[in-house]
Ligand binder design. Sequence first.
Ligand code: BEZ
Length: 208
Amino acid sequence: MDAATIAINQRMNKFDGHDQVWLFGYGSLIYKADFPYIERRPASIAGWTRRFWQGSHDHRGTPMAPGRVATIVPQAGAVCDGMAYLITPEVFAHLDHREKNGYLRLATDITFDDGGKVEGLVYIANEENAAFLGAAPELDIARQIARSNGPSGPNSEYLLHLASALRELGKSDPHVFAIEQYLAQLQAPAQDSTAAYPGGISADAGLT
Ligand code: BEZ
């Protein structure tokens, strides 16, 4: 599976011969660029929406207890905001390895926030990859994220970094922000049931 993903990506030769390529990031790439880049610009791609539908067995979960990370899925009229990086082709070898769990390179039009359009690449994990988990209610996604941990750290850290990076860019993503809100509720200390009753009678104490 891992080797297959890397091999498919290496056969993606659309930009062969180019010495610089624009890469669009919509997940961890927005806040974590652990690779050299020439330039970085806020950008978006049209016709795609971000969803926490990809399982993570290798970064934010384990094979027995996968976490959930972002992918993008096609949606007419949608716009996915993120960050574009101008990189050299060698960087793809690093990313192919880092994101080997089902993410394939796809050519896409990228629109820069400050104007202009280029053709570049994006990594997507579609429903054909073995780690794909698919749609679930946002509360269930938050529950899964709350309990998941992997070699790269807690799944919640990924979600919270992404949400705050989007906010810093001045962008809204109702799916990400809803999961963030559910996560905050799940992680809030349980309410003290005696707090509303200073005399010490608990909220669910019977009157008989
Ligand atoms: C991204 O943040 O855009 C990204 C997501 C998955 C794999 C590679 C990049």
